[in-house]
Design a protein around this ligand. Structure first.
Ligand code: UN1
Length: 498
């Protein structure tokens, strides 16, 4: 590896960039150019997590005591700085995570949107007043910060997901310890630089890089951490939720998906094929809202398959920095191996591989973690590829007799994050909306994404805790305190409440 001139990055604790306690670092490289090292980062130890928590505790009173509209000013400055650095940070996302530059730019924009939205909450953050049952009494609610909050984020949206946790947590007055995925620490460093330059007081936002198993657990187990917001796999999220619950922490976990598009016979097929391809193969399928299943009403099955395979075969695969590229590499060797393992499992289980299925090699492909867009048909519900999250460019296709059969297939998995139906039939669309088991439901649109002022999250094994973004984010990152004020100037009968 060309490791000369590799910059070493540090943790950020109490407003200082500092080395971790182990003294060890690890390096990361570009998934499209394995030999290009992007930087080296601290292998933090549990002690670093505790130091970061102590710094957050020290900063908490000052930040919690700053009026929310004043806290918002820091976020507005962060928004302007992120806008100024948008192109550079989008390139960092592409070179670190691998996604196409257009997607990375969209991701930065999304981070800007959530910062803007959260800053606006500084002038809202509503509680409510309501009549008391007693005379001369005022009853209302007010929000208070949770305290020190741990933010644990995945590698696939290394700017947007941290932003949509950090910004609402900050506007609510919390002090934070941010532990990004070990695969994407550079994006995290840049996001922290943005908030630091914006004038966030030292200790309000602390960053520690390194392995989840030791550092992440140290945060979750730390008595001084009041809440945890996590996005990542269902396996890790379940463990974090259980650990947090034992210590009575507020925990929010946004986890996996196995999102299905239902394609009904009356749908606009061009629109549907475009949305399905974008959902399945955009960002190389590495998003929790990716489309991993299509359930097609029988009469249009053959016609759909023909269009799907023809359009998929036109996708250009390569380095995400090449503007012509549709599908870029997987983010790491580990992800590539995992996806290839699932493709092998699908073949062994007896599903029919109708497209793709290979890790690409030769030329530029030797230097990155590429897997072809892959499509399986003849998939049955008991197969692992029908049930488990693959997190790569692999689509499984099912046939359904009618809408009810399709919804049954869609609901047959343990996940319930996002979903979509393509139809022009309004009654059937509403029947779908009312019965599909998913936290986010789309009609005539891909399963992907969401807008920052609307709640994001899922049912079943896809999520637990509270939704992210929207007003729900403020609900998660604040405590609601109920206040009763008796303003009578004469003593009152002691039997106050019924
Ligand atoms: C999106 O699909 O636009 O980890 C966002 C994830 C999700 C975020 C997805 N928490 O992929």
């Amino acid at each position: 590896m060309a490791t000369d001139q590799v910059r070493e990055y540090q943790n950020y604790i109490g407003g200082q960039w500092v080395n971790g306690a182990t003294g060890n670092t690890y390096s990361i490289s570009n998934p499209a150019h394995k030999s290009r090292v992007l930087g080296s980062f601290q292998v933090s130890a549990p002690q670093d997590a505790l130091d970061a928590v102590a710094a957050a505790q020290a900063a908490l009173p000052g930040w919690a005591g700053t009026p929310a509209p004043v806290r918002a000013q820091v976020l507005y400055r962060a928004l302007a700085i992120l806008e100024r650095r948008a192109d550079e940070i989008a390139r960092t996302i592409t070179t670190e995570e691998g996604k196409p530059l257009a997607d990375a730019r969209g991701e930065v924009k999304r981070a800007m949107n959530i910062i803007e939205y959260a800053a606006g909450e500084g002038r809202r953050m509503f509680g409510y007043t309501t009549p008391s049952e007693l005379p001369s009494t005022v009853a209302y609610t007010v929000r208070r910060p949770l305290g020190v909050v741990a933010i644990i984020t995945p590698w696939n949206f290394p700017i947007a997901i941290p932003a949509w946790k950090l910004a609402p947590a900050l506007i609510c007055g919390n002090a934070l310890v941010f532990k990004p995925a070990s695969g994407t620490p550079l994006s995290a460093v840049k996001l922290v630089e943005v908030f630091a330059e914006a004038g966030l007081p030292p200790g309000v936002l602390n960053l520690i890089t390194g392995p989840g198993a030791s550092v992440g657990n140290a945060l979750v187990e730390c008595a001084q951490v009041n809440a945890v917001s996590f996005t990542g796999s269902t396996e890790v999220g379940t463990d974090i939720y259980a650990r947090g619950a034992r210590l009575l922490k507020k925990v929010q976990c946004e986890m996996g998906g196995k999102n299905a598009v239902i394609l009904l016979a009356d749908a606009d097929l061009d629109k549907a094929v475009g949305g399905i391809i974008q959902g399945a193969f955009g960002s190389t399928g590495q998003r929790c809202t990716a489309t991993s299943r299509v359930i097609v009403e029988e009469p249009i099955y053959d016609q759909f398959m023909d269009r799907l395979t023809r359009s998929t075969s036109k996708l250009k695969i390569g380095d995400g920095l090449d503007p012509a590229v549709d599908v870029s590499p997987l983010s790491s060797e580990y992800q590539q191996e995992k996806v290839m393992e699932y493709i092998g499992i699908g073949a062994e289980e007896g599903a029919r591989l109708v497209m793709g299925g290979h890790a690409l090699s030769g030329g530029i492909y030797d230097d990155g973690y590429y897997v072809e867009p892959t499509i399986f048909t003849d998939v049955s519900l008991d197969m692992r590829i029908a049930q488990e999250e693959i997190f790569g460019p692999v689509l499984t296709v099912f046939k359904a007799r009618d809408l009810d059969d399709a919804v049954k297939i869609s609901n047959s998995v343990k996940f319930g994050l996002s979903s979509s139906v393509y139809t022009r039939d309004i009654p059937r669309a509403f029947r779908y909306i009312n019965t599909v088991e998913a936290g986010m439901v789309h009609v005539n649109a891909p399963t992907l994404g969401g807008e920052v002022h609307l709640p994001f999250g899922g049912l079943k094994s896809s999520g637990v805790g509270q939704r992210e973004q929207g007003v729900e984010a403020v609900d998660f990152f604040s405590e609601v305190i109920t206040v009763y004020i008796d303003y009578a100037d004469v003593p009152r009968d002691q039997a106050r409440f019924i």
